[in-house]
Design a protein around this ligand. Structure first.
Ligand code: IPE
Ligand code: IPE
Ligand code: MG
Length: 254
């Protein structure tokens, strides 16, 4: 590998998280139903997995349904759940071809039975694939994830003495293990499509140091060039994690 390729590889994010927003607006602008927008959105999802894998991304997490999305009209919630139950089985052969392993984040136990069944089948079928991890975030909320971690932490001690010891050891690093994100890299690049500039309860913990990128393209219209633009932008950034530029570049001592 040439040094230039070496250099560009170093700047490929390991974990790209995407807030796939704008399905409804995309559909409305074309006189279509919101559900038609979601259907087209699923097609983009399939493409993005391939584009991300080809770019060398190891994990891509996709915000498919937030804990707040239950508040949408019942017909849309039912439509989204039905879409998942019917489209997911069709995606599995494609995922096998591409070597994509499916993982999830969020409380999937609250999804309707048919959606859970489709999900479990896809998880089982793809579990040995190694080219890219596709983390579907379903009934996911960053605040809920952190509260879940707090609950697990509190359940980890039963005596006053254990509690004191656990509290003394508690830090962001030790707390992380209670979030149930084993095997998931911290988010390097968080992309939101659809033009809004907010996080909407996605990956709150990792948002501390994820690089943010906002695209005006509505999700159903998202292209490989859009993803490339986000990856190029990321490659040009300097992640300092609180340090100075000189420290990062190794110009000054520790
Ligand atoms: C994102 O698109 C998909 C989901 C939330 C499931 P939206 O449905 O939020 O689309 P807009 O924001 O209304 O255009
Ligand atoms: C975030 O989009 C959730 C998903 C893309 C699944 P929303 O459309 O629900 O976010 P808000 O309501 O505009 O913040
Ligand atoms: Mg939206």
């Amino acid at each position: 590998m040439s040094s230039l390729e070496d250099q560009s590889r170093r700047h490929v994010p390991q974990h790209v998280a995407i807030i796939m927003d704008g399905n409804g607006r995309w559909a409305k602008a074309r006189g279509l139903s919101r559900l038609e927008g979601h259907k087209q959105g699923v097609k983009r999802l399939r493409d993005v997995i391939r584009w991300a894998r080809d770019a060398g991304v190891q994990q891509v997490s996709l915000y498919a349904f937030s804990t707040e999305n239950w508040k949408r009209p019942k017909v849309e919630v039912t439509g989204l759940m039905t879409l998942m139950a019917t489209m997911l089985p069709l995606e599995v052969p494609k995922m096998m071809e591409e070597g994509a392993r499916l993982l999830t984040l969020g409380d999937t136990s609250k999804l309707p039975w048919l959606a859970r069944k489709a999900l479990q089948r896809a998880l089982d079928a793809t579990k040995n694939n190694t080219s890219i991890d596709v983390i579907l975030c379903l009934n996911y909320g960053g605040q809920q994830e952190i509260v879940g971690g707090v609950k697990k932490f509190c359940a980890s001690f039963s005596t006053e003495k254990e509690k004191e010891e656990a509290l003394a050891k508690l830090s962001p690093e030790t707390f992380y293990s209670y979030l149930g994100r084993e095997g998931i890299y911290p988010v390097d690049l968080l992309i939101r499509t659809g033009g809004e500039k907010r996080i909407s309860n996605f990956h709150l913990w990792d948002a501390a140091y994820a690089e943010l990128y906002f695209s005006d393209t509505n999700w159903p219209a998202y292209t490989e060039d859009d993803l490339k633009a986000a990856l190029d932008d990321y490659a040009g950034r300097e992640r300092r994690f609180g340090q100075t530029s000189e420290q990062i570049q190794g110009i000054v001592d520790e």
